[in-house]
Unconditional design. Structure first.
Ligand SMILES: NC(=O)c1ccc[n+]([C@@H]2O[C@H](COP(=O)([O-])OP(=O)(O)OC[C@H]3O[C@@H](n4cnc5c(N)ncnc54)[C@H](OP(=O)(O)O)[C@@H]3O)[C@@H](O)[C@H]2O)c1
Length: 167
């Protein structure tokens, strides 16, 4: 059985993005994202794909599985799907681990399918227009936490892992 993992960075007020971008720059978190997801598929919406800097897309070393309803959209080097569940089945057949990498819409659809949440908790409130759903204590249990500080962004952050309670 493949493991389905949501990976996301979330501010204290649940903001994950603002005007199509992540509202902070924590290079340690980008590095962490790269290490964790390397060799595995990253499922994302077309808005998130387009928000990646051109030099980082497609994300190297990973199958970029991009969701869109637009039948004419097919950036080079991506695997396109028009249906979330079809995309998930495709990834699960091919890989031991599947990462759901955003954005807000795809996290919302992906949450009921996830076995694990790998959340970078950024310990500050940010202005934003897209949010991550609340992590309900009845459904998720924290199993790991690593605290860090970003000098550049001048903020504390933690890598927190949750697993589904009935796992
Ligand atoms: N903090 C983080 O870790 C993090 C991570 C990723 C993204 N983000 C942020 O999240 C924001 C983007 O989130 P978003 O909600 O606007 O966009 P998104 O989730 O990246 O993409 C949404 C798009 O996906 C397509 N889609 C949605 N449901 C689908 C389905 N069932 N089947 C096929 N395609 C489907 C639609 O595309 P069309 O309507 O175009 O066809 C929809 O507009 C940005 O600000 C980004 O920076 C933050």
């Amino acid at each position: 059985m493949s493991e389905v993992i949501i990976i996301v960075a979330v501010a204290e007020n649940y903001v994950i993005g603002n005007k199509g971008k992540i509202p902070w720059h924590i290079s340690e978190d980008f590095q962490h994202f790269k290490e964790i997801t390397m060799d595995f598929p990253c499922m994302m919406g077309d808005v998130t794909y387009e928000s990646l800097p051109e030099s980082f897309r497609p994300l190297p070393g990973r199958e970029n599985v991009v969701l869109t309803f637009n039948k004419d959209y097919h950036p080079e080097g991506t695997t396109i799907f028009h249906d979330f569940e079809e995309a998930l089945e495709y990834c699960k057949k091919k890989y031991d681990k599947v990462f759901i990498t955003g954005g807000a819409t795809i996290y919302r659809i992906g949450m009921p399918h996830a076995d694990k949440l790998m959340i970078t908790r950024v310990h500050k409130e940010y202005e934003g227009d897209v949010f991550f759903p609340q992590v309900k204590k009845e459904e998720w249990v924290e199993v790991e936490r690593e605290d860090h500080h970003s000098d550049k962004e001048d903020v504390d952050f933690s890598f927190v892992t949750y697993v589904r309670k009935n796992n």
